[in-house]
Ligand binder design. Structure first.
Ligand code: 6R9
Length: 598
């Protein structure tokens, strides 16, 4: 079978590498840890060939241990029993807060950007003990970070639930985690709208009829009214004020997302970098909001999801006049960053002064698995560049199950050896963990994504394996088709799914959010055909194009193609878990719009 038969440049990767902008070094006096790509290669090789030595040196130089570890790693993929830094003991909160506060007590740990920039933050206490599982149902406010750190400090496990989740979704997560304590606020504000979070919690606890008691394991609920006496008084929470030349990172996601666990909370705080906590949305009060925050906070690093970048690009194609005095790293995460969106980020958003990085990781990897190194390695638009330290990637042929050697090849993305951030179980269901991540291909960790490796060894993520469209034996990744349509420049957002087709097995179906002045469905069909030509030459005739007012997305900005596929296949009442949807109403709107256009 032809796996991926396409004429176009593979994987939408650009063939040119773009060097680190020279302004990178002018924006901040600090220099990167590594000199150049050669040093990266040497160190990477060490991390793969002798992981114990590499991670031991990293763990001792970056962290303060109460009891030093006596063994770096134990376990195997076959048994799924990984343990790291055995015998060692450290406190994550101490590493994030106290040791920096002791060294430089007036250094900022957090900057808090409210939805509405006026007003002062409140402080909270979790009230729980070691071993408890604490559900944190808070918006992006400093208290969310303080609650996470407070849990880490006393040895409680935090389970952070996205603040936008509904009462049933919250209830499921409290029950699933067997949580004893829940921390929330009375209300939050997002995009100028007040959300009564305490009422949502009450609904979660009383059930739909308001009678039955739910979440029986829950012992305590803390709302803002009852939260006083911050245990960790050393976290300095401040509005943008007295700013000094320290590195500051603005990670613009929801604190419930792994991206923010790793890159809003723990990484910057462990490294002594000020982290910016933003409560609002990129569009309120205007589409300039990200620029405003980066300017006000003098942030050096920016991290956002492509969906937010695409939306801002659509509304502010020429950027903003707000200066970005310090911005030198502009990174994206969560979905593919199409080449032309990459180009816009580089030329317009960051004015060719910031290093643009498309990074790749998963909840299960815990940290970057691929990324250009800021200020060190060149970037290649359309790729996530080279593997991060300790990640040994491979591509597997989906049919034979064999590893694919050589560059310019594509297949299922797996990792061949463990790294410290690897997920160690699925809570309460270890058998599921073994089956999902190690069951498919023995000896490998399965990511569930497919990828392309180009001639320079750079990787391009092609999307979830389930999202691949199989037309007449040609396996096409939805990410590539979407990227082609985005590169054509006519649309800001696109979703492509494969639907059953008697002739070809599967046909391509395209969803485009409605945009005025594009000539409606017919115009969109013409535009998408033009964009396809030369790329998906023989497949164009099977496509369907629908214009919809919005796409179903998770709170972290991922398009839920599975739902679109099910809706088209007539399984509108069996959509499965929709609890992670940002706007649940979008589903019925899409059904109406598709019915009108079909
Ligand atoms: C961090 C995060 C993980 C999935 C992952 C992949 C997709 C992440 C990507 C990307 C293309 C990138 N993904 N980064 N796809 N290019 N740069 O998003 O974690 O929410 O667990 O999602 O996101 O499909 O497997 P998580």
């Amino acid at each position: 079978m032809t796996i991926f038969g396409m004429r176009r440049r593979e994987g939408n990767a650009s063939s040119t590498q773009i060097a680190v902008p020279s302004t990178y070094f002018q924006k901040h006096p600090s220099v990167p840890h590594l000199r150049d790509q050669n040093e990266y290669r040497d160190l990477y090789q060490k991390s793969i060939e002798n992981p114990s030595e590499f991670w031991s040196s990293m763990a001792t130089s970056c962290l303060k241990w109460d009891i030093p570890f006596d063994r770096v790693h134990h376990g195997s993929f076959d048994h799924g029993d990984h343990g790291w830094f055995l015998g060692g003991k450290l406190n994550a909160c101490y590493n994030c807060v106290d040791r920096h506060a002791l060294e430089s007590p007036d250094k900022l740990a957090m900057l808090y950007e409210r939805d509405d920039p006026e007003g002062a933050p409140q402080k909270i206490t979790p009230g729980c003990t070691k071993g408890d599982i604490v559900t944190i149902y808070l918006p992006n406010i400093p208290e969310a970070v303080v609650s996470m750190l407070a849990c880490a400090r006393i040895g409680a496990v935090h389970s952070v639930v996205f603040a936008g989740f509904s009462a049933p979704s919250l209830r499921d997560r409290v029950d699933d985690a067997r949580s004893k304590v829940l921390i929330t606020v009375d209300e939050s504000v997002r995009g100028g709208k007040v959300i009564q979070m305490k009422n949502i919690v009450e609904d979660a606890l009383t059930g739909d009829e308001g009678r039955k008691v739910q979440c029986p394991g829950l012992r305590k609920v803390r709302t803002s009214g009852g939260m006083k006496n911050v245990p960790s008084g050393r976290v300095i929470v401040s509005q943008c004020s007295s700013l000094r030349r320290v590195r500051k990172m603005f990670c613009a996601g929801d604190v419930g997302w792994i991206t923010c666990h790793s890159y809003l909370v723990y990484t910057p705080l462990v490294l002594g970098i000020t982290t910016v906590v933003f409560e609002g949305t990129p569009t309120y009060p205007s589409y300039d909001r990200f620029w405003q925050i980066l300017d006000r906070c003098k942030a050096s690093h920016f991290y956002a999801a492509p969906t937010a970048l695409r939306m801002i690009r659509k509304m502010r194609p020429n950027g903003s006049s707000i200066p970005l005095e310090r911005l030198r790293v502009n990174a994206s995460i969560g979905e593919p960053l199409a080449s032309n969106v990459w180009q816009w980020c580089y030329e317009v958003f960051g004015r060719k002064e910031a290093h643009v990085l498309d990074t790749y990781f998963q909840t299960e990897t815990g940290c970057h698995a691929f990324s250009p190194l800021a200020g060190v390695t060149p970037t290649k638009p359309g790729t996530v560049a080279l593997p991060f330290f300790g990640f040994k990637p491979a591509l597997i042929d989906p049919d034979s199950g064999r590893e694919i050697e050589g560059d310019e090849s594509r297949g299922l993305l797996v990792f061949k050896q463990p790294w410290p951030g690897i997920a160690r179980t699925v809570w309460g269901d270890h058998a599921r963990y073994l089956k999902t991540y190690f069951g498919g291909h023995s000896g490998y960790f399965t990511t569930g994504d497919s990828a392309y490796r180009d001639r320079d060894g750079c990787y391009c993520i092609l999307g979830r394996v389930d999202d691949v469209v199989n037309v007449s034996g040609h396996r096409l990744s939805t990410a590539e088709i979407e990227s082609t349509l985005l590169d054509h420049g006519a649309f800001a957002e696109v979703a492509v799914v494969g639907i059953d087709d008697q002739l070809t097995g599967q046909a391509i179906s395209v969803r485009l959010p409605q945009e005025p002045g594009r000539g409606g469905q017919k115009g969109a069909r013409t535009i998408s055909k033009t964009a396809y030509r030369g790329n998906y030459w023989s497949l164009c005739s099977t496509q369907e194009v629908f214009l919809v007012s919005d796409l179903p997305k998770t709170r972290s900005g991922k398009i839920m193609r599975r739902l679109l596929r099910k809706m088209l296949e007539g399984e509108r009442h069996e959509l499965g878990d929709t609890s992670t949807l940002l706007h649940p109403a979008v589903l019925s709107n899409i059904i109406d719009e598709v019915n009108e256009q079909a």
